[in-house]
Design a protein around this ligand. Structure first.
Ligand code: 3AM
Length: 185
């Protein structure tokens, strides 16, 4: 049943450059046999700022207007660390790459984006923001303490100059993401 007013399942994130995407894939290649769970395909890698969920046309237009009005700050450089896990390394359900230099700017950007989302009518996010790039999802959870200690810091940096609006299609296997819009810093 089609609904013309339905835009989709929306989230706001920082996308990767192709250099960082390929660099991270190469960095992790040596560990691929040891990475547990269902890997997120490199084409889907991103750093989520805010998940918004189902969104109709009016909500979407308000969101874009609020992002356009928001003071998103200046472009910055984001560094990375090694691996980490949610909820914790000893019982990992999500394996991620952590951020380094620029994390304070990323947290400030997420707060600005949260403010724009709430001003455009979305419910406030109750969970605290933890900057991360999801690499795999693990069911049931496993202990990754040893792996997290052995994988070195990822040395490349990511220029952050826009907030990207993604539409997510859930399907069998990994979700499919489509870029709908972006708001430049
Ligand atoms: O970027 P990551 O992988 O941390 O887990 C989903 C993913 O986060 C998250 O939104 C990102 C893009 O799909 N997500 C999915 N459903 C969610 C929900 N109901 C959610 N985050 C919060 N609430």
């Amino acid at each position: 049943m089609g609904d013309d007013s339905f835009v989709g399942r929306i989230f706001l994130a920082i996308g990767l450059t192709e250099d960082v995407r390929h660099g991270l894939a190469a960095h992790l290649a040596a560990w691929s046999d040891e990475l547990p769970g269902r890997p997120v395909p490199p084409d889907n890698w991103h750093l989520t700022l805010r998940f918004l969920g189902k969104c109709d046309r009016l909500e979407y237009e308000k969101l874009l207007a609020a992002l356009g009005d928001a003071v998103l700050g200046s472009p910055f450089t984001l560094g990375f660390e090694g691996l980490g896990a949610f909820p914790r390394s000893s019982r990992a359900a999500v394996l991620w790459l952590g951020t380094g230099r620029g994390t304070d700017e990323l947290i400030a950007l997420a707060a600005t984006v949260e403010d724009a989302a709430v001003r455009s009518g979305f419910m406030p996010e109750e969970r605290p923001f933890h900057p991360h790039l999801t690499l795999s999802r693990i069911r049931p959870p496993v202990n990754v303490r040893d792996l997290v200690e052995r994988v070195p810091r990822f040395p490349l940096t990511l220029p952050v100059d826009a907030v990207t609006v993604y539409r997510s299609y859930l399907q069998a296997g990994p979700a499919r993401y489509e870029i709908l819009d972006e708001a430049r810093l």
